[in-house]
Design a protein around this ligand. Structure first.
Ligand code: GLS
Length: 866
């Protein structure tokens, strides 16, 4: 009505937007206004930032949909080989800014919403993170989707549509982590499309009866069925029309099924049996796991069948990547489909399976290797358990008669697969035992070690072994890690299968989100300096090397440093707005952000901070005034049942209280624990960092990916010789990283010494002893609450803090010294960014595409795909 106010923007723009014929209004503005009216059914005069975000998102989605449709049509028409990335986690973060960047529409939308009275930066903040994962593994999956689409590769992701993202972390008055649910879909999610037309029925429980014709087939019936419904998330490539798909499955009860048992977002239940890193999903929910792997396979098979190709060509057209062992049941599931539904011979099915799957291992920590109890699997998935037993025996059969399987799929040799013993639980093992026995006579240990099924009460299926034997290739995620996979957890399989099955693909990160989006000023400076469009180097990241000569230019260094400074100010503003705390910006920013875990050694960091504090306190004021000013940031979540990790958070928070309130020292040292770490928080923290810490006990961090993000943004690295730190140092040069600590080969012996020849800490590491005594003595309060944490160091010290503390302190001192020479420091920073090209996820995904999946880019032609 004429009396309504139009507080946002100009009335005439809104009115023009409502009349589709008005030529004076941009398409973007019109489309946003249109969504306000029709999709949101709201009026401009009471539209808030959230509404404007929603309307903008829906409008951007329209653009994505057009490209998405064309991409899918193009794939259907060309029917190329495709790859599918099966992952229980996709840590997507926010979408709007990324979609705008990839579509090349950032400026148009910025102007469009501005003409309606809104500021795009405020709207971006209204989006909730899609946090369907724990940490690096889930974020890696998200980076790989971005790179696949950007490289125009026919890759789809498959995952689970959790109703709850990872818990929201709150910090209580006394510094304890509290967990609150994250019902991220509460406000509707504009980025997904429900596909009620794409559903599958997935069976659980019931009975599997073998058919007695020697074919290995079975009939699985009874039990219960659940419905899987597809939700599609569009994944736009950067600077290309290609828009791939991430298909997430939602479960729906079919006839009164107890939905609660499918609530994968129920983290409280999920963590009960686990205290390992990133372990929420490693909990034993075979129903959850199978539900989505089964739905994904059914979907993949249906698409394949639509091409009209014969089933034996399945591996010529499909590659399936298992992101860790979580989706491993896809292996027996595909066997089941091929044998029971497609009537294939067992050995034909096995041949197809072992040429279709690829397995990436993401950790060698024994406690994180999945094992599922046999009785549970037998109950929930009786047919799958049967097949796993069959795989054990078939492995031995193939092993005995390798010639029977021809590598040429077109003339597959079919041998009769007769297994009179198959119904007997353990009988199939005989074959396996015989096979191993034959190759390694008398080596009973090896035999027990290699079995897919671990003896014990109950017996357990070793999922990593199943993934390994069922896959064509197995890889680790950084050079050191891949070597450890081959020489430790899967060593026997390397001996058995040969080394050629094993490889390495060092992880990568997408420079679109992790440089251009999170650090727009630096990105602009790089484009200007290289005299390239952003697209020219963001898609060919090794071009950053062109920055090297500019490290010698004083003006360039000044610009570089000024951007770092403004990023610190942006972070300080963020902390002030969200926590009400004032952070100084005239200091070095030292950041450690990752899941809380003993192996990642946040404890080492906080003990180092206390050591620094005690040292500062002991100095005379004149001496203290020479100290390097430093602000230390921590962020990260602890698994809700991981007692020691939660205690570490509590210690950090309480040390921060004491240190920040100490007028003698707080000019020189401040400490912050930022709650509720997320992708979006990382985007603010990383560009502000001068130095970041990646200080895992050598051999424990498979790769790490935040190390790459910091270095790409010109933050230097303080770390151990572990994971991808090693390859980063190889690229940027050892003089530009700060390494300390014992090396991987020493770890085993050091642990042995701790157990059998313990030396008192006072003697071994007096500086550390002093720190521990201060904590015990109550300097940070707690009334003895930290003793269990301190005892992990005093007794056993599995993560080798007493061994590495002194060299850690020495490395910190080197960092301080280096930072005092500002010009040299900036040079290091520039050189580091310049040499990070290798760590683009584009490189990594191309390695998977070429060396593993054998797929090619399928560009979407200009014009409409017919
Ligand atoms: C992880 C590793 O712990 C990380 O080192 C690695 O960077 C990441 C991606 O490969 O995978 N493994 C895991 O279980 N969670 C991870 O983040």
């Amino acid at each position: 009505s004429g009396k309504e106010k139009w507080p946002k923007g100009e009335e005439k723009v809104w009115r023009a937007g409502m009349r589709s014929v008005d030529k004076n209004i941009s398409d973007v503005t019109r489309s946003v206004v249109n969504h306000v009216q029709t999709s949101l059914a709201r009026q401009p005069y009471n539209l808030d930032d959230f509404g404007a975000y929603q309307a903008s998102a829906l409008s951007v989605r329209d653009n994505l949909l057009v490209n998405w449709n064309e991409t899918q049509m193009n794939y259907t028409r060309k029917a190329p080989k495709r790859a599918y990335y099966l992952s229980l986690e996709f840590l997507m973060g926010r979408t709007l800014d990324n979609a705008l960047l990839n579509l090349g529409l950032k400026d148009q939308y910025k102007d469009g919403v501005k003409s309606l009275g809104f500021n795009m930066e405020d709207l971006l903040e209204k989006e909730r993170d899609a946090a369907l994962g724990n940490g690096g593994l889930g974020r890696l999956a998200a980076c790989y989707l971005d790179s696949s689409a950007s490289q125009e590769l026919p890759v789809w992701g498959y995952g689970l549509r959790y109703k709850y993202g990872i818990f929201q972390q709150l910090i209580s008055q006394d510094g304890e982590q509290l967990e609150a649910p994250d019902p991220w879909l509460e406000n509707q999610n504009p980025w997904e499309l429900p596909r009620i037309d794409v559903t599958y029925q997935i069976r659980f429980y019931g009975n599997a009866d073998r058919v007695t014709d020697g074919s290995g087939r079975a009939i699985w019936q009874g039990g219960q069925e659940v419905l899987a419904i597809a939700y599609d998330v569009m994944i736009p490539g950067y600077g290309t029309k290609t828009t791939n798909n991430l298909r997430l499955w939602e479960s729906k009860p079919k006839r009164g099924f107890d939905l609660n048992s499918f609530n994968a977002g129920n983290y409280e239940g999920a963590v009960e049996v686990s205290n390992s890193a990133d372990a929420i999903t490693s909990v034993l929910y075979p129903n959850d796991h199978t539900f989505w792997t089964a739905a994904s396979l059914a979907d993949i098979l249906r698409r394949f069948k639509n091409t009209g190709k014969p089933i034996k060509e399945f591996p010529d057209y499909i590659a399936i990547q298992l992101n860790d062992t979580h989706p491993t049941l896809a292996i027996p599931e595909l066997m089941r489909i091929l044998i029971d539904e497609e009537d294939l011979h067992w050995n034909q099915a096995w041949h197809i399976v072992t040429n279709t799957f690829f397995y990436t291992n993401h950790t060698v920590l024994p406690e994180a290797l999945e094992k599922w109890p046999v009785p549970l699997l037998e109950h929930v998935l009786p047919r799958h358990m049967q097949i796993i037993y069959d795989i054990v025996s078939a492995q031995s059969y193939i092993f005995h008669r390798p010639k029977l399987i021809s590598s040429d799929r077109t003339c597959m040799v079919s041998f009769p697969y007769v297994h009179p013993e198959l119904t007997a639980d353990v009988a199939p093992f005989r074959f396996f035992l015989q096979a191993v026995e034959k190759k390694y006579p008398g080596d009973r240990d090896r035999l027990a070690r290699m079995s897919l099924i671990e003896e014990g009460a109950p017996k357990q299926v070793r999922m990593a072994f199943l993934a390994c034997v069922g896959s064509r290739k197995v890889n680790g995620v950084a050079e050191l890690h891949s070597e450890l996979v081959q020489t430790t957890i899967l060593k026997d399989f390397v001996d058995f299968d040969g080394i050629s099955k094993f490889g390495n693909v060092t992880n990568g990160i997408t420079p679109r989100r992790w440089l251009d989006q999170c650090n727009p000023e630096l990105s602009a400076l790089i484009s200007k300096t290289l005299q390239l469009s952003p697209g020219a180097w963001l898609k060919e990241l090794t071009k950053l090397e062109g920055l090297l000569p500019y490290a010698e230019s004083k003006t360039f260094r000044a610009e570089w440093a000024a951007i770092k400074q403004r990023n610190k100010e942006r972070l300080a503003r963020h902390v002030e707005v969200t926590l009400g705390l004032k952070v100084r910006t005239d200091a070095m920013y030292d950041v450690q952000i990752k899941r809380l875990h003993e192996y990642k050694r946040q404890t080492l960091n906080i003990l180092g901070v206390i050591h620094r504090y005690l040292t500062l306190k002991s100095l005379k004021p004149a001496e203290r005034a020479k100290a390097n000013r430093k602000v230390v940031f921590f962020a990260g979540k602890a698994a809700p049942a991981y007692y020691i990790a939660k205690l570490t958070i509590r210690l950090i928070v309480n040390v921060a209280r004491v240190i920040n309130a100490d007028p003698e020292t707080n000019e020189y040292l401040q400490l912050y624990f930022l709650p509720d770490y997320s992708v979006s928080l990382a985007e603010v923290l990383i560009p502000a960092s001068d130095i970041s810490q990646h200080i895992s006990t050598a051999g424990t961090e498979a790769s790490g990916t935040s190390n790459m993000k910091f270095c790409l943004n010109g933050g230097l690295l303080l770390g151990t010789v572990d994971g991808a730190n090693i390859e980063i140092a190889e690229e940027v040069g050892e003089s530009n990283v700060f390494f300390f600590g014992h090396l991987t080969p020493a770890v085993e012996d050091l642990r042995y010494q701790h157990v059998y020849h313990p030396v008192p800490i006072e003697q071994k590491c007096p500086a550390l002893a002093q720190v521990l005594n201060q904590i015990s003595g109550g300097l940070f309060g707690g009334d003895g609450v930290y003793e269990p944490l301190l005892n992990t160091i005093r007794q056993g010290d599995y993560y080798l803090l007493t061994d590495d503390f002194d060299s850690y302190i020495a490395a910190l001192a080197m960092v301080d010294e280096a930072y005092l020479d500002k010009e040299e420091w900036i040079k290091k920073s520039i050189k580091t960014t310049a040499k990070m090209g290798k760590f683009s996820s584009d490189r990594a995904i191309n390695e998977y595409a070429e060396s593993y999946w054998n797929i090619e880019a399928i560009p979407v032609p200009d014009g409409i795909v017919a």
